[in-house]
Design a protein around this ligand. Structure first.
Ligand code: PEP
Ligand code: MG
Length: 874
């Protein structure tokens, strides 16, 4: 049987999301529920994939199914494409499996041409409306399908308004709009070189193609990468009969959430515009009215809408984000989906739904996007500073968090300044999807126009970036990069502070403090902990980091990078003396200085961890990060060593490596200088003995971890030094301290020979940063320079240093676990590369049977939640 590429709304349901996309599946589901949905059909995501496979062509089979469905749609609606009596107009909208708000394209009012517009004008008795639709369609089609910039059309509108002496679009008459439509078509012809297409079927095919094409536009690609959405999914296309919100004062359009997406409170939230079409609300071009005001304008419609909201929330058992249109007092539902929300709202809604008996705890745990938790952990303004400060304006609190930075006016500038290390606030009239990279680079976003559901608000909330929107008090001069607010002129580079939780705006630079988490967060985390199997440890090098991580639920330290304990000034000197020592005596003298510092640090770490496991990784300094380069530092080192500057420079030259990441680091240092491992062992064991003495009820059992092992004999050599030293220390102290010696698995050869390595390793911990580096042969330090080209060419969809490569690196890990456990079935195995805090990587670690993941302190809650989801979804 031939493939089925197209489904009527009556043929689908919510379970067909992968095939019909979220929007298509939910339009079908709403149809099944008997809700007022303008009917139409969905062209599947598979058709999109096929379009790309066929070299960006819609093949004959798909084309003929689309045509057949137009006929079916004409039968269902009783309207016909291009008809002189009862013409059919449609919207053509994208809709992928995962919602990607504003990233892809939409075309409204398709089916209009010179004849049809006359029919509509005459039949409706509302020529103004008919010509408004027509000029909108020409504008949208030209922009989206033919890529003629919108600005050309906006200029024509502005010229027309200036000529007529009016300021608002709504003051344009039917004749003005008719004239504009003609001007638009002329503009189209001038830019494209042919007439504007008048056959609705040609228009439709071109529009469907444009939506497929928009799956691959740059902003969609960026959004997908940020949200882990595979390119291979493709987008569906929904062709739906138009419902007209711009037919006059008894029509309108809006969006609403069944609960507040900002704080999760249980009340309807949304906005609408009378006499408008969908894009007017989302684009934030006009500032809309609050949803409850609909009760005053059209009470019956409002009450019907409330019923639908309740029905949809009850049906989907989650907060819904809906789009609707009212055509001459008749309500139509255009979309429903589980609404995007802030982390705070996500936690509150999940808990409330459990308390309302709608969902189980397990469901609540799986409902929350772990990446979203980041925003709870982000800074807020210092309370005292906030109290003392006087806001210069207040607008919509569109996305929470505090931000301060220097004003920039374009997304490009935001990105460029950010790359130079500047903190920026992106100030715009309104944002559009092209701005996504700039929005990402900014600390915060401030817009002049737009409501809570405008592009800026929705996208910022999704990204967890602070956003204040709709600040109409701003007198903006984007062209000259300045604006006036509260009587003060702001220029590019001026400091400004935003509170995305209150919508308040302040001049200057306001200090921020770390977030505190409470309330529903603890409840959800408690549930997550109940269902996860993976333990979550932290990568922490200082007692302060360790304490923070403990507060956030870390169950141990999975990686203490001992070389990082020397980054502070005052400590780096002894470390450099050790690296640059040219005799055993000089090195031992430097190590003697380091020993008490290390021991003190380790004691503080054990104290902070209160008896939980602590893995101490022996020195692994890529030399280029530690060797002095500044004249002053070199001189200091020379003085300390009793050498001349020239002598030190000669030593430094001798240390130069062409490839330090694969150079003299990790266990290789111990192979050449065993005294380093001896010193570190002493520090670890002495610290552990002291802390154990002070806390008899704790079980202090140091885990000594050897980095960069590639061969069993290499580990045996280092372990022997550790064991001999530890034995002497423990005996001298008359202690019975237990400790373990294990290894990082971060070189492919270690994975391949893990059975042999496990003879000496009591535990494994995957260093997936190096393992990724060496599996790919991509330098960790340099990959950033070329990875963008890999995304652009679709060779890669994500950064393998951020999201674990399950097919390659993951395969090595799987092999190492199996081989290691053949030798030592009870060994514990973890991961401490950056991937340990990435949700999809955590899920993989669960699947291949790791015992724990270890990640930076602020990612601990993310890992806890991701681990629970992995267990629940398995
Ligand atoms: C790793 O390589 O994954 C690791 C954790 O060690 P480092 O990042 O210190 O090399
Ligand atoms: Mg490493």
């Amino acid at each position: 049987m031939a493939n089925k590429w197209v489904y009527l709304f009556t043929e689908g349901n919510a379970g067909m999301r992968n095939l019909l996309g979220g929007k298509g599946a939910n339009l079908a589901e709403m149809t099944n529920l008997g809700l007022p949905v303008p009917q139409g059909f969905t062209i599947t995501t598979e058709a999109c994939t096929q379009y790309y496979e066929d070299g960006e062509k819609i093949n004959d089979e798909i084309m003929s199914q689309i045509m057949a469905h137009i006929t079916k749609m004409e039968e269902i609606t009783g309207k016909k494409f291009g008809d002189k009596e009862n013409p059919l107009l449609v919207s053509v909208r994208s809709g992928s499996r995962a919602s990607m708000p504003g990233m892809m394209d939409t075309i409204l009012n398709l089916g209009l041409n010179e004849e049809v517009v006359e029919v509509l004008a005459a039949k409706s008795g509302n020529p103004r409306w008919a010509y408004d639709c027509y000029r909108r369609f020409i504008q949208m089609f030209s922009d989206v399908v033919m890529e003629v910039g919108k600005k050309f059309f906006e200029e024509l509108i502005d010229e027309m308004k200036a000529e007529k002496g009016i300021t608002q679009d709504v003051d344009l008459t039917a004749d003005d709009l008719k004239e504009l439509a003609n001007q638009f078509k002329a503009e189209y012809k001038a830019k494209i070189g042919s007439d504007f297409p008048s056959d609705p079927k040609d228009q439709l095919m071109a529009a469907v193609k444009a939506v497929f094409r928009s799956w691959d536009n740059p902003r969609a690609n960026v959004y997908r990468r940020d949200n882990d959405i595979p390119y291979s999914w493709g987008t569906a296309v929904n062709v739906q009969m138009m419902a007209f919100g711009n037919m006059g004062d008894t029509s309108g359009t809006g969006v609403a959430f069944t609960r507040d997406p900002g704080n999760g409170e249980k009340h309807l939230m949304g906005e609408f515009l009378i006499n408008a079409q969908g894009e007017d609300v989302v684009a934030g071009v006009r500032t809309p009215q609050k949803i409850d005001q609909l009760n005053e304008v059209m009470p019956e419609v409002y009450s019907q809408f409330l019923d639908i909201c309740a029905k949809l929330e009850g049906h989907y058992k989650d907060m819904q984000d809906m789009e609707f249109t009212i055509e001459d007092k008749k309500l139509y539902m255009l979309q429903t989906r589980n609404g995007k929300r802030t982390a705070h709202a996500a936690l509150k809604i999940a808990c409330d739904l459990v308390d309302e008996g709608m969902i189980s705890e397990e469901k609540a745990v799986t409902m929350i996007d772990p990446r979203n938790l980041d925003t709870l952990l982000h800074p807020q303004f210092d309370t005292a500073a906030l109290k003392a400060a006087k806001p210069i304006a207040k607008a919509l609190a569109a996305s929470p968090g505090a931000a301060c930075g220097k004003v920039v006016f374009t997304a490009q500038d935001a990105k460029a300044w950010h790359e130079k290390g500047e903190k920026v606030i992106l100030v715009r009239l309104e944002t559009s999807p092209e701005d996504i990279e700039g929005m990402k680079a900014a600390q915060g976003i401030l817009t002049v126009r737009g409501g809570m559901t405008s592009h800026a608000a929705v996208v910022a909330r999704g990204m967890g970036t602070c956003c204040v929107s709709g600040c109409s008090e701003i007198a903006m001069n984007e062209a000259n990069k300045k604006f006036v607010l509260d009587g003060k002129e702001f220029h590019e580079g001026d400091w400004i502070s935003l509170d995305g939780s209150t919508g308040k705006i302040y001049t200057g630079k306001m200090p921020t403090v770390d977030a505190t988490i409470a309330g529903e967060f603890g409840r959800i985390m408690g549930w997550a902990d109940k269902y996860r199997r993976l333990k979550v440890r932290t990568n922490a090098d200082t007692p302060a980091d360790a304490k923070k991580a403990r507060e956030l639920g870390a169950e141990g330290i999975g990686l203490c990078r001992t070389e990082h304990m020397f980054f502070e000034s005052g400590r780096i000197d002894a470390f450099r003396e050790m690296i640059c020592a040219d005799t055993l005596e000089a090195r031992e003298a430097a190590l003697e200085k380091i020993l008490p510092v290390q021991q003190g640090d380790f004691e503080a770490l054990y104290e902070a961890l209160e008896g939980c496991p602590v893995t101490i990784r022996f020195l692994d300094p890529p030399l280029h990060e530690f060797v002095p380069t500044e004249e002053g530092d070199i001189k200091k080192l020379a003085d300390a060593q009793g050498k001349t500057v020239e002598q030190i420079k000669t030593i430094i030259e001798g240390l130069h490596e062409f490839n330090p990441m694969m150079g003299h680091r990790g266990c290789r240092l111990t192979v050449t200088y065993p005294e380093i491992a001896r010193m570190q062992t002493r520090a670890v064991i002495r610290a552990a003995i002291n802390v154990q003495k002070a806390h008899a009820d704790w079980n202090v059992c140091p885990e000594i971890m050897i980095p960069l092992i590639c061969d069993e004999k290499e580990l045996r050599f280092v372990k022997k030094i550790v064991v001999e030293t530890a034995y002497a220390e423990i005996a001298a102290a008359g202690s019975n301290l237990k400790y373990e010696v294990g290894t990082m698995i971060e070189i492919p050869r270690a994975c391949l020979t893990a059975d042999a390595i496990a003879k000496d390793a009591e535990f494994f911990c995957f260093g997936t940063n190096d393992l990724t580096q060496m599996t790919y042969g991509f330098s960790r330090d340099d990959a950033g320079k070329f990875l963008d080209a890999y995304y652009d060419t679709k060779i890669f969809e994500s950064d393998p240093f951020a999201k674990l490569d399950q097919n390659g690196v993951g395969k090595l890990m799987d092999m190492a676990i199996k081989l290691g456990k053949e030798t030592r079935p009870d060994m514990h195995i973890g991961i401490c590369g950056e991937h340990g805090g990435d949700p999809s990587s955590v899920e993989f670690c669960h699947r291949i049977g790791l015992d724990y993941v270890s990640c930076s302190p602020f990612r601990v809650p993310i890992a806890r939640l991701a681990a629970a989801q992995a267990a629940l979804n398995q």
